[in-house]
Design a protein around this ligand. Sequence first.
Ligand code: CA
Ligand code: CA
Length: 97
Amino acid sequence: MSRSDNDFQTGFNMILKTFQRYANSGNGGCANRLERSEMKKLLEEQFKGYLERSKDASVDDLFDKFDEDNSDSVDFVEFLNIVAKLAADADILSQIK
Ligand SMILES: [Ca+2]
Ligand SMILES: [Ca+2]
């Protein structure tokens, strides 16, 4: 198997590990879900450039937008929706080489 055959799996594993690291970083709450404070930390550390360019989108707004079932936490499926929507942002796409 050539290196490129594993690119998706490698990238997906990184997304999953990043999600798990932040989802498990807070005090209390669920280890498999991002509570609001964990989500805030993840966005500020991992999507800093995006937040700086998106003055309309506060972290709280983004959290409410992506917590689709209003459970006050973001699960992995909801998180993947965030990643997909951020990736669809033209600014982000133009930075991917
Ligand atoms: Ca959590
Ligand atoms: Ca939720």
